[in-house]
Design a protein around this ligand. Structure first.
Ligand code: UTP
Length: 298
């Protein structure tokens, strides 16, 4: 049954080690890597704000300073830009500091995404909340999170975002067993399987980095033992909720929009090309250059 309490808080885990991006991530969180000229995590905070969530909790780890500085005022830089009458630069520098009320909690050790989410328990309290992975971007033209919040309001429980991938890729992800509901883009999740053995996947729908969680997830996470890779997995806790109707269950929103992964090198490069190609100030020169570059390749 639907719970009337509304979603107002966003939790953005950004405390992972980012090992797939070393050495860039030795002293910089991968969520701070720029997509053209804006750190990936700023797009994610903008998405939360666009969905009406302006209370944002960032879960940070080592080298958290650059994230905190990015969402704070930068008085010396602002003075220097003002002295040079650089109004565009000044607006850009201020924008990230004025986006939302940003809070921070430190995850002492990167013990997994589930553990990172558990670090939010005190701040979130007994309310449903959104989780947005800081290295996963959703195109603002495809407002997934808004839809997920609507689904939570109608169905209750927890809500995950699902995308369909080719059968041969399912074993790389967390995969959902699903049943239809009376809404075309909403399914009931009956089971979740992390990285299924090829051929054994229950569907081709994989979990992507957006969640709306019922606060019951915290109790489950407290009891969730480390799983794959010795990490406490959020998927394992959601699987428990999916099997327990008294928890409100877990629903999936079938997302067919544009998503950009920035957490590994190849997808990061793809994301850069897409964003640069769509930027009015860059596309006119970048796209013909890219075309000529590719034509010049053997
Ligand atoms: P990933 O598994 O993609 O991030 O976690 P990672 O561990 O940093 O990456 P690799 O595999 O070493 O390259 C998904 C999200 O969860 C966060 C990450 O920062 C990322 O945004 N995370 C992961 C945490 O906040 N804490 C953790 O303990 C693990």
């Amino acid at each position: 049954m639907a719970d009337s309490s509304s979603v107002t808080k966003a939790v953005i885990p950004a405390a992972g080690l980012g090992t797939r991006f070393l050495p860039a991530t030795k002293a910089t969180p991968k969520e701070m890597l720029p997509i053209v000229d804006k750190p990936a995590i700023q797009y994610v905070v903008e998405e939360a704000v666009a969905a009406g969530l302006d209370d944002v909790l960032l879960i940070t780890g080592r080298s958290k300073r650059s994230i905190e500085d990015h969402f704070d005022r930068a008085y010396e830089l602002e003075e220097a830009l003002a002295a040079k009458d650089n109004t565009d630069g000044l607006a850009q520098v201020r924008e990230s500091a004025e986006l939302a009320t940003v809070h921070y909690v430190r995850q002492g050790e990167p013990r997994g995404l589930g553990h990172a989410v558990l670090c939010a328990a005190r701040h979130v309290g007994n309310e449903p909340f959104a989780v947005l992975l800081g290295d996963d971007l959703i195109d603002p033209r495809d407002p997934l999170l808004t839809r997920m919040i609507e689904v939570r309001e109608r169905f209750g429980g927890s809500v995950v975002a699902l995308m369909e991938v080719p059968a041969e890729q399912v074993s790389l992800y967390g995969c959902a067993a699903i049943e239809p509901t009376d809404e075309d883009d909403v399914v009931t999740i009956t089971d979740l399987v992390e990285k299924p053995v090829p051929g054994s996947a229950p569907s081709r729908w994989i979990i992507i980095g957006r969640y709306v969680c019922d606060p019951k997830i915290f109790d489950v996470l407290r009891q969730t033992p480390p799983g794959r890779g010795g990490e406490i997995q959020l998927t394992d806790a959601l699987k428990v909720l999916a099997g327990d109707p008294s928890s409100g269950g877990v629903y999936g929103v079938l997302f067919r929009g544009r998503r950009y992964d920035t957490g590994n090198k190849l997808d990061y490069l793809r994301t850069l090309v897409v964003f640069a190609s769509e930027r009015p100030d860059l596309a006119q020169e970048f796209v013909p250059w890219l075309r000529a570059f590719l034509e010049s390749r053997p």
